[in-house]
Design a protein around this ligand. Structure first.
Ligand SMILES: Cc1cc2nc3c(=O)[nH]c(=O)nc-3n(C[C@H](O)[C@H](O)[C@H](O)COP(=O)(O)OP(=O)(O)OC[C@H]3O[C@@H](n4cnc5c(N)ncnc54)[C@H](O)[C@@H]3O)c2cc1C
Length: 397
């Protein structure tokens, strides 16, 4: 039987796979985008304006814009961090956003198919066979590809089958409830603000959030501690915030990777990207922007691989991504490790957020996706303030 042949089969049509397929189609490559249907990705949906610019996403896909974040300490102390003139935190609904990205890839020339990846088969030919099912219990379909890009999320079947150590990827598990947003509550619900809870009773090692999405809101928590009840924590949050009586639209959860995998390719014909490669920013859990940035780099790498037929080019994907974002991931990893480890430290962390310099640099880093070099003195100042907090030399008030 002769199977259809593609330059690239992209498995997974989330932000990463759809971006990779879009770029490859625009580069004139023959690409298949395979995505299983029927599930909305559980996600808070917060994105920086830079994502809209860099990946040409229209503002009309935003369902809300938050202009401020409220950090809440274990003592219930609240610190507001207004974004100011430099931007906002955009909110997307993933059912609409992801479908728009997949459709854009198709309009650029990628072929779209709905199906669930099963395995890669090697029958001795030059190109691997990608096997997938179109429905539960249905037959297996097979297509050939020069390269398979695994963009199938945090528990990637492509990565587990082809990349060493992917099986053991460490994750935070995140759970959220989508509710109908109230107009207001006596506790101060604000549709223009993100609330972030740094409280051990809500998450022993990560944080809890309320993200407003216009008509709905996402209320969630994350933790890597398997014994901790995430549902219990969200229920507590809803009770505390006067949101218990709001209609619940959906409840859902999914893992968030904690660290990029050491290898993203199999040295031959498979490359992984996005959550499948573990690229979510530590401390914040921000993954959409990085999934798209990684998808773009995966597409560039795939293009070079197909042009050269040299498997050594596949390594460039991880190298190029880490050159751009490795430093930010490193700093955020240290932050998470240190500041999220006890209520005493969480209290200090929130009190540090009251500092104007910290606020400004945090928002600049979020908006620009790099550590801003323009103000070295501000960095130095924050470094010394940080040290003072670490050593307990500054009062937490
Ligand atoms: C509760 C929660 C809240 C979050 N909140 C935020 C947030 O506010 N902001 C933010 O930036 N990030 C957030 N994240 C992280 C973000 O959702 C992910 O990092 C991002 O979606 C990764 O994109 P991706 O394309 O790599 O993978 P995914 O979005 O997971 O997409 C994977 C795609 O692959 C498909 N797929 C999976 N298996 C198969 C298969 N076998 N065959 C075919 N297709 C398959 C899926 O259907 C899906 O379309 C959150 C995550 C969670 C769990």
């Amino acid at each position: 039987m002769s199977e259809r042949e593609y330059d690239v089969v992209v498995v997974g049509g989330g932000p990463s796979g759809s971006t990779a397929a879009w770029d490859l189609a625009r580069a004139g490559r023959n690409v298949l985008l395979l995505d299983r249907a029927g599930r909305i990705k559980p996600c808070g949906g917060a994105v920086p304006p830079r994502l809209l610019e860099e990946f040409e996403v229209p503002h009309s896909l935003l369902v809300a814009r938050a202009r401020s974040a409220r950090m809440i300490a274990p003592s219930d102390r609240q610190v507001d961090m207004p974004v100011g003139e430099i931007g906002f935190v955009g909110m997307v609904d993933r059912d609409v956003f992801d479908e728009w990205l997949r459709e854009r890839a198709a309009l650029a020339g990628a072929e779209r198919r709905t199906g669930t990846f099963v395995e890669i088969e090697r029958d001795g030919g030059d190109m691997p066979l990608v096997c997938y099912r179109t429905e539960r219990g249905g037959g297996i379909h097979k297509v050939r590809a020069k390269l398979v890009i695994g963009a199938d999320g945090a528990r990637s079947a492509v990565a587990r089958e082809n990349i060493a150590e992917a099986e053991n990827m460490r994750c935070v598990f995140a759970y959220h409830e989508i509710i109908r947003s109230p107009e207001s509550t006596p506790q101060g619900f604000d549709a223009g603000r993100c609330d972030v809870f740094y409280q051990g009773r809500l998450s022993p090692d990560f944080y809890g959030w309320v993200f407003p999405h216009g008509k709905t809101s996402s209320i969630g928590v994350g933790s890597a501690n398997k014994g901790f009840s995430l549902r219990g924590a969200v229920s507590r949050m809803r009770g505390d915030l006067g949101l218990a009586e709001c209609e619940t639209v959906r409840t859902e959860g999914a893992p968030i990777p904690l660290k990029p995998l050491k290898r993203w390719d199999n040295g031959k014909d498979v490359l992984v990207t996005g959550d499948a490669a573990g690229v979510v920013a530590p401390a914040s859990g921000e993954g959409i922007y990085y999934a798209m940035a990684c998808g773009r780099i995966a597409a560039q790498t795939a293009d070079a691989f197909i042009a050269s037929s040299d498997p050594a080019t596949l390594k460039h994907a991880r190298r190029d991504f880490m050159r751009l974002h490795g430093r930010v991931f490193w700093v955020l990893g240290i932050m998470q490790h240190f500041w999220y480890s006890s209520d005493k430290r969480r209290e200090r962390f929130v009190s540090m957020c009251a500092d104007r310099d910290v606020q400004q640099l945090t928002w600049q880093a979020y908006m620009n996706k790099k550590l801003v070099r323009a103000r070295p003195f501000a960095h130095a100042k924050i470094f010394f303030k940080d040290c003072a907090h670490l050593l307990g030399l500054r009062p937490a008030a």
